[in-house]
Design a protein around this ligand. Sequence first.
Ligand code: ATP
Ligand code: MG
Length: 267
Amino acid sequence: MTSQPAVDSVLHLDSISVDFGQVRVLDDISLTVRRGEVVGVVGESGSGKTTLARTVLRAVAPAEGRVNVAGRDVTKLRGGALRAWRRSGAVQYVFQDPLRSLDPGVAVADSIVEGLRIAKVPPADAARRRAAALEAVGLDEDLIARLPSGLSGGQRQRAAIARALVVEPQLLVLDEPVSALDAASRDRVVQALIALRDQRGSDLAMLVISHDIGSLAAMSDRLVVLNRGRIVEDGPTRRVVAQPEHPYTRRLIDSVPLIHTPSANRP
Ligand SMILES: Nc1ncnc2c1ncn2[C@@H]1O[C@H](COP(=O)(O)OP(=O)(O)OP(=O)(O)O)[C@@H](O)[C@H]1O
Ligand SMILES: [Mg+2]
């Protein structure tokens, strides 16, 4: 069975399977992210979360199924066409380790607008977009003259998110954006993502990946639960947290002392 993406979908995975050698790592994954929606993907280590993110970016080729991003079927893109699509910036990726996005020898200010410079966006326009992105993630302008080593882990991760935002993607994929951070920095980044979700509305969708259902629930409209490469649950965050349908989801929830869900879950 194949399904067509909804008109307002920015990501539509249709029955995706991914194999590494003989091992099926993702098995029959179907998942839609609608415009402006924040979808959290939660699962234990090894459940296939990063592989799912890499499939969205087409860094991994699925053995079966289709990948549609912002109305474009990218399943079969290769070589130059794949690189051109990546450069278009429709999807941006934020790594667990912000130092993978920020060049250690370059001032943070320059790293943030690197993509715009390559795209030959005029410097004044780039500076304006950088200021808007910094404000969106709550990062002080004074900090960005520094090298990444001069920032805290949380500040660095917010700079990496700002770097992704300046390109004005329709979809931001964040793979464990807070896992490497201490508790205080984690809170700042989670708050920045919640603020982004509220400010950008339908302009920005996010696929946020984490093994920590607590921080995901705070920012996600929907939760998708991945267990051994299969989706075992997919629903509105408050429903999934209050009435999990799958025992695996219940176990994840029971392992966290207190879960906050968004105060105003949008439809
Ligand atoms: N390039 C690869 N070649 C072979 N096996 C791989 C490759 N990448 C991932 N795997 C395997 O696929 C499975 C899923 O890995 P993946 O990295 O997607 O999990 P994850 O949910 O992101 O885990 P974590 O929470 O530890 O980051 C694991 O069993 C992993 O060993
Ligand atoms: Mg991972």
